[in-house]
Design a binder for this molecule. Structure first.
Ligand code: PBG
Length: 326
């Protein structure tokens, strides 16, 4: 009789286990504000908006935990936002200053900069908003210039990687060109290539105060009901445009997409376990309905099994600790 259980004894299990997960696979997202004290994000217990001055301590923690790196998101007071999101590409912008400090104090820490406008625009959209025949729309090509400026200013500040997340067509090409011409041909692009218009970004928008003031992002982010063709098309385009790393976002609801992309393109795949995924796990754990450690690690193993090389997750530090404890 076929007995799968023969391979599930304590001595055989480790031999047939294939999926590896180490702290080096994990990237920690950090919300950064200019000053003040750290504030907890109410929808994401354990996640904070950190003042720039606290970053070296956090970076050191990330290094000690053996993480793959950190990714920075800027948080601006409402009064400092404007329709064109100048804070995103200001030389003294919050993320630019944070990168400079981190790279000066901890040159061995990989620092990724999220490249988008929504945290800096007064209307909360990821680009330049205009009135059109069907109401407002985001002007793709006008936005490309601002995204390219943002990425270049992040590279100038010392970012090791830039990560465009605005879902504008041609953004990877525009950023690659700006980096190459600006003297940063060696800086790689981690593209949010396959990014769905997802309800699971809700807590992030509270954290970064970046919820759109009107409308939603379905004119530029992907429709969850679109077929796999849309994912193949988006990933293929970013590949052609010169992305170095391709990301799928969110992670858990789109494991099928991740698995379908795996091996199709000659580039490493990443996945973003987003704010809503974190909140679901965290809140259920706080209620005592889930064993947090087992549940979080199970999702991370699932994301690795589906094909992700790297995983962006708010649980990176805890997961690294659990992995070390064994
Ligand atoms: C910026 C951006 C968002 C996230 C990452 N980059 C928000 C959005 O698209 O609305 C979401 C990350 C998360 O939910 O954890 N465009």
């Amino acid at each position: 009789m076929e007995r799968p259980r023969r391979l599930r004894s304590p001595l055989l299990r480790p031999l047939v286990a294939e999926v590896e997960l180490s702290p080096r696979h994990l990237i920690l997202p950090l919300f950064v504000k200019r000053e003040g004290e750290r504030e907890e994000v109410s929808s994401m217990p354990g996640v904070y908006r950190h003042p720039i001055k606290d970053l070296p301590r956090l970076g050191e923690e990330a290094l000690r935990a053996g993480l793959g790196g950190v990714i920075l998101f800027g948080v601006l007071p409402e009064g400092e936002k404007d329709p064109l999101g100048h804070g995103a590409y200001a030389e003294e912008g919050v993320v630019q200053r944070a990168i400079r400090l981190l790279k000066r104090e901890l040159p061995e820490l990989l620092v990724i900069a999220d490249t988008c406008l929504c945290e800096y625009t007064s209307h909360g959209h990821c680009g330049v908003v205009r009135e059109g025949p069907w109401g407002f729309y985001v002007d793709n090509d006008a936005t490309l210039e601002l995204l390219a400026k943002t990425a270049l200013s992040q590279a100038q500040a010392g970012a090791d990687v830039v990560a465009p997340s605005a879902m504008m067509d041609g953004q990877v090409r525009a950023i690659r060109k700006a980096l190459d011409e600006g003297g940063f041909p060696h800086v790689p692009i981690l593209s949010y290539a396959v990014k769905y218009a997802s309800a699971f970004y809700g807590p992030f928008r509270e954290a970064a105060a970046s919820a759109p003031e009107f409308g939603d992002r379905s004119g530029y982010q992907m429709d969850p009901k679109a077929g796999l063709w849309d994912a193949l098309r988006e990933a293929g385009l970013d590949d052609q445009e010169g992305a170095d790393l391709l990301m799928v976002k969110p992670a858990l609801p789109y494991l099928d997409v991740l698995a379908a992309l795996k091996g199709r393109l000659a580039k490493p795949l990443f996945a973003y376990q987003v704010s809503g995924e974190y909140a679901m796990l965290k809140l259920a754990a706080l209620k005592g309905y889930l064993d947090e450690r087992r549940a979080v690690l199970e999702t991370l193993y699932a994301i690795r099994r589906a094909g992700a090389q790297g995983i962006l997750t708010y649980a990176a530090l805890e997961a690294a600790r659990w992995l070390k404890e064994g």
